[in-house]
Design a protein around this ligand. Structure first.
Ligand code: ASP
Ligand code: MG
Length: 409
């Protein structure tokens, strides 16, 4: 007998019929003899509906009061699912975050879990009940309801799995696993059997939105074995685990496309110590996150300084650069919103030289110009013109044999 935490997202509990289907699936795990905790999101669209209601009254809404009402979406689904289980003759009991309790800090709307007291849940499991837990919410030291940020139910599930030392945390969603790339761009994209936490973190932060990033960080920190599966079809899903559990790592696990970036260049800044901090200081002060940075020194004692930011921050960053440019008597500021970032990710890169040059050669052969490059231990990213983004993904997916090769098992 093992202890399993299952998490069902909004689409999986979006209608009464789907809640019945979740009860059916959960019932199967109980019949197989597992102890079961089920974490649920609000019904699909519900959190957005509540958010819009709040904004119609007060914009921006008061953070504490917003959490008090946003958390009700999940409270509805725990009640409904517990009923659906009971109606099937399965003993089930619902818990809000505060009832567990899942204690968080008081950063409303983006609270972090501080502690989970698993005693009550464990007692109910010992009594043979299924614990149905509201995702996305907790309670702070003062007793106020908090929420964990959009997509936070994933984190609730992983944190609970860690606190209960569960054997596996299964995330049921509307896709049947993690793919080598976006199947809408490359129809031959393949579901991965296994992937490491690190790779998943890189893929998630690069735009593969299967799991909330924080939940993967949590899983990695506490070594919770995660599995992403479809709630609409049967299949093994994708296991997210430690590198040791993956016998033979593939060279490259995935290719990602991030369309959220924009590029800024200050042309002709004086090439002397302190320039980078002079330029990026005010950007950081404005709370704008910088991703890639490149500085090119010219022969004339001046340099061009280029960096990328989230597209939503582009206008603000441009204004800041113009001010800095005037201060530094730079030649001009250039901005480009029509760029994308294409990356390859894989722990196999660590033990293989020449991956970068192979990537660059494949792109060059098809005439894709690289504007910026950055590398980490398990990732290589390039910035290219927006119009080449999907082409670059297809080139790399085929260059590294992601469609055909078998997954690391
Ligand atoms: N219901 C929340 C949201 O829509 C939390 C979640 O679904 O994970 O963001
Ligand atoms: Mg989600």
């Amino acid at each position: 007998m093992s202890l399993i935490v299952q998490k069902y997202g909004g689409t999986s509990v979006g209608t009464v019929e789907r809640i019945q289907a979740v009860a059916e699936r959960a019932g199967k795990a109980v019949q197989e003899g597992h102890q079961l905790v089920v974490v649920v999101s609000a019904m699909s669209g519900e959190t957005d509906r509540l958010l819009n209601l709040a904004k119609a009254i007060q914009n921006p809404p008061a953070p504490r009061e917003l959490d008090a009402m946003l958390s009700t979406g999940e409270q509805v689904t725990i009640g409904l699912l517990a009923m659906a289980l009971q109606a099937r003759g399965i003993d089930a009991v619902s818990f809000t975050g505060g009832q567990i309790p899942i204690t968080t800090d008081s950063a409303y709307n983006k609270a972090r879990i501080v502690d989970i007291d698993a005693t009550r849940v464990r007692q109910e499991l010992e009594r043979g009940k299924v614990a149905v837990v509201a995702g996305f919410q907790g309670i702070d030291a003062g007793g106020s309801i908090t929420t964990l940020g959009r997509g936070g139910s994933d984190t609730t599930a992983v944190a609970l799995a860690a606190a209960l030392k569960a054997d596996e945390c299964q995330i049921y969603t509307d896709v049947d696993g993690v793919y080598t790339t976006d199947p809408r761009i490359v129809p031959e994209a393949r579901r991965l059997d296994r992937i490491t936490y690190e790779e998943m973190l890189e893929m998630a932060s690069l735009g593969a939105k299967v799991l909330q990033i924080r939940s993967v960080e949590f899983a990695s920190k506490y070594q919770v074995t995660l599995r992403v599966l479809s709630s609409f079809m049967d299949g093994p899903g994708t296991l997210i685990t430690t590198e040791e559990n993956i016998m033979e790592a593939a060279l490259i696990s995935g290719v990602t496309l991030n369309r959220d970036e924009a590029k800024l260049t200050i042309v002709g800044v004086p090439d002397r110590p302190g320039i980078a901090s002079h330029i990026l200081g005010p950007v950081a002060d404005a709370n704008i996150e910088v991703d890639m940075i490149v500085q090119n020194s010219g022969a004339d004692g001046s340099a061009d300084f280029t960096f990328t930011v989230h597209r939503n921050d582009y206008e603000r960053a441009l204004g800041i650069c113009q001010a800095t440019s005037a201060e530094l008597k730079a030649r001009k500021v250039e901005g480009d919103r029509k760029i994308v970032k294409v990356s390859i990710v894989g722990v196999g890169m660590r033990s293989h030289a020449g991956i970068a040059s192979r990537m660059f050669r494949a792109l060059a052969a098809e005439g894709v110009n690289l504007q910026m490059i950055s590398t980490s231990e398990i990732k290589i990213s390039v910035v290219v013109d927006e119009k080449y983004g999907e082409l670059a993904v297809r080139i790399l997916h085929s260059e590294f044999g992601l469609a055909g090769a078998s997954t690391a098992a």
